[in-house]
Design a protein around this ligand. Structure first.
Ligand code: HEM
Length: 486
């Protein structure tokens, strides 16, 4: 029997009878756990599925929870999809094209109701999937829902530092307060930042005009422009649109966010060592993390070498000065170089990818809906005219344009799963730190683009798939546009 192969046989002095007895016992000893294991796992699964107070959801598999689906070969997946819903690992919409994760969750909400749960490995995840429950949790009871859960994948990337994914506590409070007030010092949420955004648009215009009437992918131009705003505040510099190294960083960031919560990567939450596998998305993600780290640490080093104590130029300078000050007065200070690195990483990524994708969705929707684009053009002509640069003060007179931006944001949901929240007692509200900056960038860039150009899709191009490329952020599938000067 194969299960006894390799087991040590009794010595040559043993009788054939005692040899058989030994083999029988050995077989029993090996078989018993094998027979019991499925029963134990089933009981564990049933136990999990029956926890009191847990919102409804698909029955989890032992150990892998509802990630079991990822582990199945394709044929078994098809078979599992045809099972009655309680037996399925994760219910799937039948249309394969619709099976990106945010669509699966929306489908689950139809099956289980707007508040449902599933297991990410051993972790219970409760999903709020309608306006009322999200509002109740994140607005009306924000203080109770504002901590972040400990998720292995996130801990590997962030070492539980920075702002976005850090746990609530005195360190997060100090770091967030400092970061917010320093960004405000450099213009976050203030009209004084307007000229910088308008200035950046001039480069966007130049770059787009270089394409004449030819189709081009707007991603590299838009991401460079948006990133330059947060980079000027944090690093004190903008990057030229032909800077190959910076382009590479923007592409890596976008790719990293796309694969960071794909099915295979999520398995790291069950076995952390998978992160170190030398192939596939695991290897790719590690390389992206390494390249972005080298880039950001290089910028911090340059700042340390050239710091002018009397004349801090940007966020990093201010942080380094604050760090020195704290070191003199408080030996337990949380302000250190390591924390600076994670905060800079958060601001660079959160301040680039989200707004970039929002603006790209706006351009895509405008190209697909010329009648809406036309109405936006008309409103701009009426309120601003063809020559004056737009200002935030125009917003109040431009309800159609503002509603268009908001409707695109509603339809595209650029952070499709949000950032996970965890309940705890004494937190304070957790909200996007760059909301005002993002609104300002979106309005000024969108209006400037619409004031200058008409956007169309190339005549022979297929209609882009509008479900988007799922990741931590939801970006549109790559698309080409043609711009014509107005
Ligand atoms: C359209 C653009 C943007 C969208 C859709 C967006 C979305 C979000 C979301 C959903 C969160 C999680 C909030 C929560 O805990 O529930 C968040 C947090 C955050 N965002 Fe944004 N964001 C955008 C732009 C920006 C920009 C430009 C910055 C740059 C400063 C930024 C910095 C942050 C930071 C630092 C946090 C973490 C806040 C905390 O945990 O205390 N975001 N954002």
């Amino acid at each position: 029997m194969s299960s006894t192969e390799g087991a040590q046989a009794p010595g040559p002095g043993c009788s054939p009878g005692s040899q058989r007895l030994f083999q029988d016992r050995l077989s029993c000893a090996l078989l018993l756990p094998l027979l019991l294991l499925p029963l134990l796992l089933l009981a564990w699964g049933l136990l999990l599925g029956r926890q009191r107070g847990v919102p409804p959801g698909p029955r989890p598999w032992p150990l892998v929870g509802n990630l079991g689906f990822v582990l199945l070969p394709a044929a078994l997946k098809r078979w599992s999809s045809s099972l009655p819903s309680p037996l399925r690992c994760v219910p799937r919409p039948r249309e394969p094209r619709l099976s990106s994760p945010q669509v699966i969750l929306a489908h689950m909400a139809r099956l289980y109701g707007p508040i449902f749960s599933f297991y990410l490995g051993p972790y219970l995840v409760v999903v709020l999937c309608d306006f009322h429950s999200v509002r109740e949790a994140l607005v009306q009871q924000a203080e109770v829902f504002s901590d972040r859960p400990r998720v292995p994948l996130i801990s590997i990337f962030t070492k539980e530092k920075g702002i976005v994914f850090a746990h609530y506590g005195p360190i997060w409070r100090q770091q967030r307060k400092f970061s917010h007030s320093t960004l405000r010092h450099f213009g976050l949420g203030k009209l004084s930042l307007e000229p910088k955004i308008i200035e950046e648009f001039k480069y966007v215009k130049e770059e787009m005009q270089k394409h004449g009437g030819n189709p081009f992918n707007p991603f590299p131009i838009i991401s460079n422009a948006i990133s330059n705003i947060i980079c000027s505040m944090c690093f004190g510099q903008r990057f030229e649109y032909n800077n190959g190294d910076f382009k590479k960083m923007l592409n890596l960031m976008s790719r990293g966010l796309e694969i960071s919560i794909n099915n295979q990567i999520l398995l790291i939450n069950i076995c952390s060592w998978l992160y170190y596998l030398p192939f596939g998305v695991f290897k790719e993600l590690r390389q992206i993390e390494k390249d972005l780290t080298i880039f950001l640490k290089g910028i911090i080093r340059e700042h340390q070498e050239t710091l002018d104590v009397e004349n801090p130029q940007d966020f990093i300078d201010m942080y380094l000065l604050h760090m020195e000050e704290e070191m003199k007065n408080n030996s337990n200070s949380s302000f250190n170089e390591d924390y600076l690195f994670y905060i800079i990483g958060d601001l660079f990524i959160a301040g680039t990818d989200t707004t970039t994708n929002s603006l790209l969705w706006c351009l895509l929707y405008m190209s697909l809906n010329p009648e809406v684009q036309e109405k936006v053009h008309k409103e701009i002509e009426k309120v601003i005219g063809p020559d004056r640069a737009p200002s935030l003060t125009d917003k109040a007179d431009m309800p159609y344009t503002e509603a268009t931006i908001m409707e695109v944001q509603r339809m595209s949901v650029v952070v499709p799963f949000g950032i996970p929240h965890m309940t705890s007692e004494k937190t304070r509200k957790r909200v996007c730190m760059g909301e005002q900056l993002a609104k300002m960038e979106l309005f000024l860039m969108f209006v400037s683009l619409m004031q200058t150009f008409t956007f169309t899709l190339p005549k022979d191009s297929k209609k882009p798939v509008m479900t988007g490329r799922f990741g931590l952020t939801l970006s549109p599938h790559p698309f080409n546009v043609i711009v014509s000067k107005r």
